[in-house]
Ligand binder design. Structure first.
Ligand code: NAD
Ligand code: TYD
Length: 339
């Protein structure tokens, strides 16, 4: 199978590309705009493999999409702006990529009659105090990030309903693991802990997320691509839920940092309290998560500790300005090396 993977230079996309090239023998073309979150370094180890091709461009650019989709049997779309805090500060790119970009890609898939998988998120369902969302739960997004992702999902469904496109949607819960940009909770806390920087916990820290190790999500998306029914959405959630403050405490233990680094800061506006996904439908296709949170977090901390060459350029570049804007303080910088 020949895949077009859009957004394949980002966190989850690069893990998916690695899995499909190495374990499934797929040929893969990556189309990626290389925003701040997309990095060719994420694909360094597989870029030389036969069957791999990289096209730099946006999914909203019809010419770039036409070049990239040539010869593909299926499209998997990861390309997105993905950080809720950035969507609150500057929603423009979220609207462009999720609305216009998804439309351009869908048109290209429709013209060529290829299967299409939209990678989406549990955040389209909004917050839930008790129980878990199923695929038939109402979409009730609360941030510009989740609202534009929900809009993209509806457009994808309409292309199946109206034009008969073989389109599927795969909604994941919070991912963590290697190659995640350190604006998200886990890599941010791990790198700050390793550097002895403060650990900024929003509000009371009791918000709950359902954590999935990135390889489990990547396998789930592959499963939906191969075995899912066109027109259907599939939830792909992790095996464990945890409150943010408990995640931070666990990272402190794993890094040997001081608990005094925890700093409660102003809450995120419109902060969703809890996400929870029921994944019975994906499990019925034969997929199941393999990595429990404790084990995955240990692996993730080890990966960041062992790969300073990956994050050093990030922590010394534009990220510093982002950090200052978001947290109202400068990022520290001295790497502490606990045993
Ligand atoms: P990421 O921010 O690490 O990567 C996004 C990638 O998309 C980057 O490589 C970026 O350069 C690229 N991109 C952005 N705009 C583009 C455009 N207009 N055209 C082409 N490429 C573009 O994100 P991620 O965490 O890997 O998320 C990937 C997908 O998975 C997203 O659709 C996201 O909504 C979804 N998702 C993420 C999570 C999570 O916890 N990270 C959970 C569930 C679903
Ligand atoms: P995040 O990784 O941004 O994912 P999402 O908002 O998409 O779930 O945040 C996960 C949780 O961690 C969320 O409840 C917000 C919280 N959080 C903090 O408390 N401090 C931080 O510095 C960050 C980035 C997130």
């Amino acid at each position: 199978m020949k895949l077009l993977v859009c957004g394949g230079a980002g966190f989850i996309g690069s893990n998916f590309v690695r899995l499909r090239l190495l374990e499934h023998g797929n040929a893969v073309t990556v189309l990626d705009k290389l925003t701040y979150a997309g990095r060719e370094e994420n694909l360094e180890d597989v870029a030389g493999l036969p069957g791999f091709r990289f096209v730099r461009g946006g999914i909203e650019d019809a010419d770039a999409v036409a070049e990239a989709i040539a010869g593909a049997d299926a499209v998997v779309n990861f390309a997105a702006e993905t950080h809720v805090d950035r969507s609150i500060a500057e929603p423009d790119a979220f609207i462009r990529t999720h609305a216009m970009g998804t439309f351009v890609l869908l048109e290209a898939a429709r013209e060529r009659g290829v299967r299409y998988v939209q990678v989406s998120t549990d955040e389209v369902y909004g917050s839930i105090d008790e129980g878990s969302f199923t695929e038939s739960s109402r979409l009730a997004p609360s941030s510009p990030y989740s609202a534009t992702k929900a809009g993209a999902d509806l457009l994808v469904s309409s292309y199946h309903h109206t034009y008969g496109l073989e389109a599927l949607i795969c909604r994941g819960s919070n991912n963590y693991g290697p190659f995640q940009y350190p604006e998200k909770l886990i890599p941010l806390m791990v790198l700050n802990a390793l550097h002895g920087d403060p650990l900024p916990v929003y509000g009371d820290g009791r918000q709950v997320r359902n954590w999935i190790y990135v390889e489990d999500f990547a396998r789930g998306i592959g499963h939906v691509l191969e075995h899912g029914a066109p027109g259907e959405a599939y939830n792909v959630g992790g095996p464990d839920e945890a409150a943010n403050i408990d995640v931070v405490r666990r990272i402190i233990e794993l890094t040997g940092a001081s608990p005094d680094l925890i700093e409660y800061v102003a809450d995120r506006p419109g902060h969703d309290r809890r996400y929870s996904l029921g994944s019975e439908k994906a499990r019925a296709l034969g997929w199941a998560p393999r990595v429990r949170f404790d084990e995955g977090l240990e692996r993730t901390v080890a990966w960041y500790r062992d790969n300073p060459a990956w994050w050093e350029p990030i922590r010394s570049g534009d990220y510093r300005a982002y950090y200052e804007r978001q947290y109202g303080r400068a990022l520290g910088g001295r790497l502490e090396t606990p045993d």
